[in-house]
Ligand binder design. Structure first.
Ligand SMILES: Cc1ncc(COP(=O)(O)O)c(C=O)c1O
Length: 392
């Protein structure tokens, strides 16, 4: 393990995996000692079109030769951000969609919370149990894990939690509620899809009481489920859509999208109701457009569902209780936490990158680049099955 990495770069866990990276391409990450690691994680769903996709790199290079940061967000008309938000609006079912570009998923969540409060004049936000929306103070407040929040109190008040997929709890959404915020598919909780008409019922309860529906598509968005956005699969349209991760093909990004008349509330009373220096950064907007032009294609989205089938057909083993999820947002649910840990750590030795989910300790994350090919799927699944045979 690189000692300077431990000494100078702040850590988030006592035991980081610590691979030393040389470069990355397609579905592989290469280490400084010349190992090729097959990537079944994609930087936690962020490298949607594979590492260093040539179209993304080309867009970055072209833009880098023109200009980088020139002004804080929202003052100058910069073509990359204008072209991107226009293209995105044309693909979204949100009428007159207007996009506020920020720097990360959690910052986009902060913006969405602020917008919901500003638009409704209400304080209460309802989130789901086991949800993850990010780690800044507002996004952290939406989490329902006391032990993760308590050391940072006080967080923002008036947050309530309901159980995901439990329609009998929707009566907690009331005329006091500014917004209900849900991940369209719960990721950290164990890749939990909404069942039946759950999201439709949430939306209709929100409409009844004048609350907004915020859908967090930071993880399932941009093709990961075989739909450009997962909400399209469940037949609802959010009032505020939050996106990030896979959006810029591997650069840091986030955004929240709403009808123009709604999102414009942030430019008045107070003016500059949300401010960011680097949001809409031209390099990142150019990479976002290049990424979107790849993932939006119906023939590309179709391949995601074929790859899901391939994974599910291969990953059958007595130690795997379930292959959960949809598209390439998958998780193996093992019989216990120990088996999941063993599999992830042994896979690293076999040069296959797997990872944990935040709250479901029996889960092993499988969220590869969407561009992964069938041969790579077979290769990685064989490594998994061989390790599991050894663990029986
Ligand atoms: C559903 C969801 N929301 C929000 C976030 C936070 O995004 P970021 O890490 O870019 O701040 C994440 C990141 O894992 C996420 O999966």
């Amino acid at each position: 393990m690189n000692l300077d990495f431990l000494k100078y770069q702040a850590q988030t866990t006592p035991h980081p995996l610590g691979l030393e990276i040389s470069h990355a391409k397609g579905s592989y990450i290469y280490t400084t000692n010349n190992e090729a690691h097959l990537d079944f994680v994609a930087g936690v769903s962020a490298c949607s079109v594979g590492h260093c996709h040539p179209k993304v790199i080309e867009a970055i290079k072209i833009q880098a030769d023109k200009y980088l940061h020139v002004m804080v967000y929202g003052e100058y008309a910069q073509k990359p951000a204008v072209n991107y938000t226009k293209h995105l609006a044309q693909l979204l079912p949100i009428p007159q969609a207007s996009t506020y570009l920020v720097n990360s998923g959690t910052e986009a969540i902060e913006g969405a919370i602020k917008l919901a409060r500003r638009a409704t004049g209400r304080e209460e936000i309802i989130a789901a149990k086991n949800a993850y929306h990010g780690n800044t103070m507002g996004a952290l407040s939406l989490m329902d894990f006391e032990e993760r929040k308590a050391p940072f109190y006080p967080l923002i008040p008036e947050i309530k939690h309901i159980a995901f997929n439990k329609t009998d709890q929707l009566n907690q959404i009331s005329s006091n509620t500014a917004a209900v915020i849900l991940e369209t598919i719960q990721g950290g909780a164990g890749i939990i899809e909404p069942t039946n008409n759950y999201l439709k019922e949430v939306k209709s309860r929100c409409e009844e009481v004048g609350a907004l529906l915020i859908l967090d598509e930071i993880q399932p968005g941009f093709g990961r489920t075989g739909f450009l956005f997962a909400f399209q699969k469940y037949g609802v349209v959010p009032d505020i859509l939050v996106i990030g991760k896979g959006m810029a093909g591997g650069l840091p990004v986030g955004a929240f999208v709403a009808q123009r008349k709604l999102i414009n509330l942030l430019s008045d009373n107070p003016k500059m109701g949300h401010i960011t220096t680097f949001g809409g950064n031209p390099l990142i907007a150019a990479a976002s457009l290049a990424t979107l032009k790849i993932v939006e294609k119906p023939e590309f989205l179709k391949t995601i569902l074929e790859k899901e089938k391939h994974f599910k057909s291969l990953l059958q083993h007595e130690l795997i209780q379930e292959v959960r999820g949809t598209g390439l947002m998958l998780a193996l649910i093992m019989k216990d936490e120990n088996t999941a840990n063993e599999l992830i750590l042994r896979a690293q030795k076999e040069k296959l990158i797997l990872f944990w989910l935040l709250f479901e300790k029996r889960a092993v994350r499988i969220t590869p680049p969407l561009t992964i090919n069938h041969q790579e799927i077979e290769k990685g699944c064989k490594i998994i099955l061989d390790i599991l045979d050894d663990l029986v």
